[in-house]
Design a protein around this ligand. Structure first.
Ligand SMILES: [Zn+2]
Length: 175
């Protein structure tokens, strides 16, 4: 049973690019402290591994023959996956919702990009915009930068998102 971050997940996190490892650890830790447990089932992949996944549901010419078996549109060579750069993880939720896991991920700017048709992959999280360590470690610094972003952003949707992040952080700082 996966109880702590050390039960299997740390090994996978070590495959990731250095700068995103801490954000990933923080995300997993925060989730686990909220009883949102999951297992990282895939992190870094070779081109060969990515290509093997791409072949699923396709014939030898790369033509899709079974759409339900397709797990990726990235062949690993002409189109690279973020997994190949150590900037993505696939997770398996353990009796909890992917939505809740994704909500916590947002705090660390970890994104769940494939939540809508035509391509849904709820397991996949992108780490390429994950927060650098300094902004995770120092909430005051993070608050300053969020407030700066709020001032400088014109897009109203973006503004809303930042304001939500600020109120989440405020709540955390109060604790
Ligand atoms: Zn993935």
């Amino acid at each position: 049973m996966v109880k702590t971050i050390l039960d299997g997940n740390l090994e996978k996190i070590q495959e990731l690019q250095g700068p995103v490892q801490l954000a990933t650890i923080q995300w997993v830790n925060r989730c686990f402290s909220l009883e949102l447990r999951f297992k990282i089932i895939s992190a870094r992949r070779t081109a060969q591994h990515q290509n093997r996944l791409w072949q699923q549901g396709r014939d030898s010419n790369g033509k899709i023959i079974d759409i339900s078996a397709v797990v990726t549109y990235l062949d690993g060579y002409t189109k690279k996956s973020k997994h190949q750069d150590g900037l993505a993880v696939d997770v398996l939720a353990l009796g909890v919702s992917y939505e809740d896991i994704a909500e916590v991920a947002k705090e660390f700017s970890i994104m769940q990009p494939f939540t809508k048709k035509p391509f849904i992959d709820l397991h996949h999280f992108d780490l390429n915009s994950a927060l650098p360590a300094v902004r995770i470690i120092d909430p005051a610094l993070r608050m300053k930068s969020l407030q700066r972003r709020l001032r400088n952003t014109v897009d109203s949707k973006q503004k809303e998102r930042i304001a939500r992040e600020i109120s989440r952080l405020e709540k955390r700082l109060e604790r």
